[in-house]
Design a protein around this ligand. Structure first.
Ligand SMILES: Cc1cc2nc3c(=O)[nH]c(=O)nc-3n(C[C@H](O)[C@H](O)[C@H](O)COP(=O)(O)OP(=O)(O)OC[C@H]3O[C@@H](n4cnc5c(N)ncnc54)[C@H](O)[C@@H]3O)c2cc1C
Ligand code: FES
Length: 274
């Protein structure tokens, strides 16, 4: 069951002029969250929260924060400022309160060895992978992060992933860090090099074009692929139908399903991408 809390902002760390990491005191949500799940969050602009913005917005659970004794204490959000709500989250101050509902949605299915885990992230699509990388590490799964951004200054948390033993494959559109171009190019090369007998699960999150390209590449090499889709969400609970995705049903036909409850993590080969 999702939990609705008034979560105090514990810290707000800017990463760049557009990105920040917001820490929220939400122990019950932290204790229940699985990698890939999300929360619906709102920080109001008025003194008591107010009605502007009216609706909460969806954010992946980035990290689970723990107290010294290991008990879950809160969560962080990796936020990219693109509009009113994400701007309020970018400029939030410690002591402010956020309405926070979660954890919501279906999480990633986590593989075990000998399968490897290949995570593919575009921009703020990195958000679900910090928690996933931690869970994979606990299972001793060899993990690669293919991570693309516009420029090197927008590649974040690299040391965090290195500390978890994750191999990094970086791309930037301007070539300032890693390979110049799109992140799916090195993914495709690595898939071509890998023996079909050696299992690998692909996990992807990012812009829809990147997800579609990742899904096509995974299908070309016969690899399973889980994508975290990011549709506009009004409620996060299945009530408003703002988040539908065309998905293949048991009858083989495509139906519009609500990605907030059937996802956000879905099997890439079940989605119609055109
Ligand atoms: C399951 C899920 C998890 C998400 N996790 C994160 C996260 O961890 N960090 C993060 O920064 N963002 C995340 N997002 C996206 C985030 O919810 C939106 O950026 C946010 O709702 C924008 O709110 P806003 O009020 O700032 O801007 P709005 O005014 O609501 O939007 C600004 C512009 O962006 C467009 N837009 C809004 N949402 C989306 C979207 N999902 N996809 C494409 N275009 C969109 C709008 O149409 C508009 O043109 C996630 C979305 C989903 C569905
Ligand atoms: S966000 Fe309202 S139904 Fe999915």
């Amino acid at each position: 069951m999702p939990i609705d809390v008034a979560a105090e902002v514990m810290a707000n760390r800017p990463l760049s002029t557009d990105y920040n990491v917001l820490s929220l005191a939400a122990p019950a949500i932290a204790a229940a969250a699985a990698p890939g799940q999300f929360v619906m969050v709102k920080i109001g602009s008025g003194p008591l929260g107010g009605n502007d913005p009216l609706l909460r917005r969806p954010f992946s659970v980035f990290e689970v924060l723990r107290a010294n004794d290991g008990t879950p204490a809160g969560i962080t959000l990796l936020n990219k400022r693109i509009g009113p709500s994400t701007s309020l989250i970018y400029s939030a101050r410690p002591g402010q309160v956020a309405a926070c509902l979660g954890p919501l949605g279906r999480p990633f299915t986590i593989v075990d060895p000998p399968s490897e885990a290949w995570m593919v992230a575009g921009g703020v699509g990195l958000a679900p992978f910090a928690a996933l990388a931690g869970a994979l590490r606990e299972r001793n799964v060899k993990t690669i992060l293919f991570y693309g951004a516009r420029t090197g200054g927008e590649l974040f948390y690299l040391d965090f992933f290195r500390a978890l033993g994750v191999e990094l494959v970086l791309t930037t559109e301007d070539g300032s860090t890693g390979e110049r171009g799109r992140v799916v190019a090195p993914l495709e090369r690595r898939l071509a090099e890998r023996s079909p007998a050696a299992p690998a699960m692909i996990y992807a999150c990012g812009p829809e074009g990147m997800l579609a390209a990742t899904a096509r590449t995974a299908a070309k090499f016969g690899r399973p692929c889980q994508v975290s889709v990011e549709r506009i969400m009004g409620c996060g609970l299945g009530g408003c139908y703002s988040c539908v995705v065309p998905m293949r049903g048991d009858d083989g036909k495509f139906h519009h399903v609500r990605s907030c409850i059937a996802g956000p993590v879905m099997a890439a080969d079940q989605i119609r991408w055109d």
